[in-house]
Design a protein around this ligand. Sequence first.
Ligand code: PLP
Length: 454
Amino acid sequence: MMTQPIPLTNLQARDIASVLHPYTPIHKLGEMGPLVIERGEGVYVYDTQGKPYIEGMSGLWCAGLGFGDEEMVEAATAQLRSLPYYHLFGAKGTESAIELAEKLKEIAPMPISKVFFTSSGSEANDTQVKLAWYMNNALGRPDKKKIISRMKAYHGVTVMSASLTGLPYNHMGWDLPVDRVLHTDCPHYYRFGAEGESEAEFVARIVGSLRDLIEREGPDTIAAMIAEPVMGAGGVIVPPAGYYPAIQEVLDEHDIILIDDEVINGFGRTGNWWGCQTLGMKPTTISAAKQLTAAYAPLGAVMVPEDIYQAYVDHSAKIGTFGHGFTYGGHPLGCALGVKAIEIYQRRDILGHVRKLAPVFEKRMRKLADHPLVGEARYCGLVGGVELVADKATRRSFDAKSGVGAQCARFCEAHGAILRGIGDTIALCPPMIITESELEELFDRLEKALDDCE
Ligand code: PLP
């Protein structure tokens, strides 16, 4: 099926004239649309022509409660009426921030002492790095500062979080990554397993290469490793069983903390509150954002245990003020919506719903795996990635410039589904409130788009 060029609407023309679009091949913006979205309801969004699309990506992996949830709208309105803005600097506080910190401690996968609020996932991960450095200065280990990340990881776009990210577009042209960041192997067996290597052998090999990296650099120079339980924006990569426990052993041996980036995984996406619970990871600290507020307002959070918090206190006692904080970190609107979102996840048993739908998601992903264009269909809970290949038998990828993922995502749009092309992979991350029939419909539309690509 060919997409016909259609004349630009007034809003599209104004968009092209004035908006610099993130994560867009901006040299081709005119050809691509843009698709201007006007409103949303449930799992659907509508463009300015009134055409509905199933939002199969929850926006950017974040709108877990879909669009237009009245309870969320009411919580936002009430908070804006009572206190539209206040901050937490200089020992000020707000009820919404206190309540959200308490809620996060209640649902955390390990004992948490304090929550530091940011406005985004990137700021949360940036903060994590600064806190790891601050902690090691406090502990009298000023050389223990490098951070290990992984190829294909996604941790954000600020200078440090983009450096942690292991994707070419985040480094090329931006003079990144910065010093002190080391990248180790991506735990993707389908793509990086050697010929004839079993999954267990693959895990042993890449964990061995992590150990070599640490020993080569010197454990006394390495503060932390950061990892998403299921890697999201790198193409939805679910590491093999046994990977995290093996990694953990190496990190523990060398006194390296594990920063768990739950920005996509958190709040039910994998069927548990946290991806680390699904994947068997034992984090030292956690970054959260996105579904923290179900994307009804921007907010991020860093969660730290008591012993680490005490190190900050000791250091502050020595050097003075804990000099870190964002004007909008812990914004009352975001915090009130975080409290409400968690309450809804609990009251409506959203995690139970994800678990109930996961077998349907799995059944449809397995069916997609049989499609001649699909090399691998991977999934966990309600997140998945469908990797398209030029040759199924040999796993040969499409030419890097083929744009097959983006093309398939455009065909999806033509069929009324919004999904995301990440390189050769089509990502799926529907709102967690999606019904079974809406989910089946989403897959039907994706199948039609795949047939268009042939
Ligand atoms: N960490 C992960 C795992 C993410 O997927 C993202 C965004 O997609 C981020 C961090 C950055 O979050 P933000 O875009 O809110 O800065």
